[in-house]
Design a protein around this ligand. Structure first.
Ligand code: WTA
Length: 663
């Protein structure tokens, strides 16, 4: 940093509040005309034919939007299609020998694998035939509990091919979390694997899957992928209901399975996500609307073309991987990358090594990763030639302007637009972000709503707030990628997402407003800055965790009477889990109890939910009506001033908790 030119550059970047699309990028962008905003507005909802038109349909739809029974909207009704055929078969003629999936295993240069569209098509067909033979029928939910191995997208597309919805459970989730999700979906099939590599070591995954299956309340058939190529000691179970993936595929060598024609509104997959209650929500996505949405946004926002080598470093176990590693990129016929491991193995430059080796053209990652890269320093990206990159993206949590500018300069060399994309599991794909070839970027602000998207910031009455004021983000009109309901729970769907700002007795779509439960503000140019969740959901390293889920794990520990969990600021993770627990009268506040609390959280959810701190306290701050004052506990976690405590029933506990938290 002593280089004067460097210092000057940093100073200039620091002051600069907006950035125009780099000219060379804008010239070649998939969307290069800002008139699209007005055009979509004028033609809404028919504008979304542009998205549906990117797909191959078996049967043309007759209605773009059926909004007769809000909020149960339907898109492209009357149409039918198959997602696997759209991601594979239709590319075979022109791109059969081009790489569809480029997989990088964690051990360096040991077992990387490439699948051309032809090869991927073949393996998906064989897997589809094998699953069918096991008994999987149309509409049977197949659970996948797998890390970043190529057989995960293969299994997803195989299910899509035979019309069986998948439910992917993040491999880092615990055995209990797997069982809860399989029970909730009545899922009788599981695809999992023996293990995978983490920071150089093979990790046993199958035992966790077995522990989960022990708590599934119905019979299951399980398929196990041999990722570790054995020798590492995690052998397969031998039960009749457990099958080796390689054997199954070999037994169906050369099989072809006709893609099942699915109605546009048929379920493509379920994805469980955290909400305010302890029970995870099964978000339902459909075939026509979802696929149109991720295809259109991959093209318009990530600027994906068939010639690209596109790299998203998310995990397919989350929605970002579903939409922007698997379905969006493959529907466009591009090369999509998958990396098994962590960015710091064997050294902090692993991602940059991958970008250089494969000449990646886009990188889509999370602010938590960018903050870690910043902390590690510029020497790591500087070791590599990153000039193949054309566009950078972020997703999952707010990005602070400093991290944005670091990414823009040190990874993008000021030549790549950065798209800060706001969206959710429930929205299926991107909703608020800049179109990279036409819109000015403002670091820290996601941007305006995408063309055709009606996102506004409102106050508690639902009235739009003035520029600069904080309020609630809402979405007025429906969009094709929206969730259709919560699996088997229409009532919770209406309550959680619509009741707050809608007239729920009305049949008029104009009276219905979607509430994502995020705080936001908007500037004079209509740019939206998302501030974070307004419900009891934490965002830890870009992962959504319900405080209730964590609290119920903690109160299940013997000796704990009551618990409250809040998010405290964290330099890299964004938010970290802070737990406050009241012990039972005869229970000592010991280190041993603290460990049991941490273990209970890991067992119920997984290591991602591990509390940063567990503070024992004789009481929790409560309002007169008995509600825990979480804001105060957050302030304590962050070491901030506490503000007004006079509305508390027990203001005297606050000093005590503060003293214990700072120990
Ligand atoms: C947050 C991830 C600020 C937000 C795709 C949302 C963001 C939740 C952004 C959804 C962003 C996502 N800026 N906040 N660009 N993107 N979020 O369901 O709070 O895992 O509600 O989907 O992440 O998390 P989910």
């Amino acid at each position: 940093m002593s280089d004067p030119e460097e210092v000057e550059l940093e100073a200039r970047l620091e002051e600069q509040e907006s950035f125009d699309p780099p000219a060379a990028f804008a010239e070649q962008a998939n969307v290069d005309d800002a008139s699209i905003y007005d055009e979509f507005e004028a033609a809404w909802p028919d504008c979304w034919e542009a998205a549906a038109g990117m797909l191959d349909w078996d049967e043309a739809y007759d209605t773009v939007l059926d909004d007769s029974t809000p909020p149960f909207y339907e898109w492209f009704t009357g149409g039918s299609l198959n997602a696997s055929a759209n991601c594979l078969d239709r590319h075979l003629d022109e791109r059969g020998d081009e790489v569809a999936v480029e997989w990088v295993g964690e051990p360096v240069d040991e077992d990387n694998r490439s699948f051309t569209y032809g090869e991927l098509h073949r393996e998906v067909n064989e897997t589809a035939a094998a699953l069918r033979d096991l008994g999987v029928g149309e509409d049977d939910v197949v659970t996948m509990y797998m890390p970043m191995v190529p057989e995960l997208p293969v299994a997803m597309l195989a299910c899509a091919r035979i019309g069986a919805p998948h439910s992917v459970v993040f491999a880092g989730f615990s055995a209990d979390a797997l069982a809860t999700r399989m029970n909730a979906a009545d899922s009788e099939y599981l695809v999992t694997c023996d293990g995978y590599y983490r920071r150089g070591d093979p990790l046993d995954h199958l035992s966790k899957a077995h522990d989960g299956l022990a708590n599934v309340d119905h019979g299951t058939e399980t398929v196990v992928v041999d990722r570790l190529r054995d020798g590492d000691g995690f052998g397969h179970g031998s039960g009749d209901d457990e099958h080796d993936y390689d054997d199954l595929v070999a037994a169906h060598e050369g099989a072809t399975v006709e893609p099942v024609s699915r109605d546009a509104e048929d379920m493509l997959f379920l994805m469980y996500t955290s909400g305010t209650t302890g029970e995870p929500k099964g978000v339902k996505h459909t075939t026509g609307g979802y696929l149109s949405w991720v295809s259109w946004t991959s093209r318009a926002v990530l600027d994906v073309t068939p010639e690209d080598t596109y790299f998203c470093s998310a995990d397919i176990g989350w929605i970002t991987g579903h939409s922007y590693i698997v379905y969006g990129p493959l529907s466009l016929g591009t090369t999509t990358m998958m990396y098994e491991g962590t960015p710091d193995h064997p050294d902090n430059d692993r991602l940059w090594q991958i970008v250089e080796d494969y000449e990646a053209t886009q990188l889509y990652t999370a602010p938590t990763a960018i903050r870690a890269f910043m902390k590690w320093g510029t020497e790591y990206p500087e070791r590599h030639d990153l000039s193949s990159l054309r566009l950078l993206g972020t997703v999952g949590e707010p990005i602070n302007p400093r991290a944005w500018k670091w990414y823009y300069k040190h990874i993008g060399d000021e030549a790549c637009p950065v798209v800060d994309t706001w969206w959710q599991t429930e929205t299926g794909g991107m909703m608020v972000t800049t179109l990279p070839g036409v819109k000015t970027m403002k670091p820290g602000s996601a941007g305006p709503p995408l063309p055709g998207v009606d996102a506004t910031v409102v106050d508690t009455n639902g009235d739009e707030v003035e520029a600069g004021r904080a309020g609630y983000l809402t979405v007025g009109r429906p969009w094709p990628g929206m969730l259709r309901t919560l699996y088997r729970n229409d009532e919770r769907f209406v309550d959680e997402y619509w009741a707050e700002f809608s007239d729920t007795d009305s049949d008029d779509p104009a009276d219905w407003v979607y509430s994502p439960e995020d705080g936001a503000k908007v500037d004079e140019d209509g740019y939206i800055t998302v501030l974070g969740r307004v419900d009891d959901v934490l965002n830890v390293s870009g992962h959504r965790l319900g405080t209730m889920e964590i609290e119920s794990a903690i109160v299940g520990v013997e000796g704990v009477a009551e618990a409250a969990v809040v998010g405290g600021d964290h330099e890299v993770k964004g938010e970290a889990v802070y737990a406050y627990a009241i012990t039972e009268d005869d229970q000592a506040e010991s280190e041993e109890l603290r460990e049991r609390v941490v273990e209970a959280v890991e067992a119920a959810i997984g290591p991602i939910a591990r509390p940063e701190r567990v503070v024992f306290t004789p009481d929790l701050p409560k309002t007169r009506s008995g509600k825990i004052m979480r804001r105060l506990l957050e302030n304590i976690a962050d070491g901030d001033a506490l503000g007004d405590t006079s509305t508390l029933r027990n203001p005297e506990v606050v000093d005590d908790i503060q003293a214990r938290a700072s120990d």
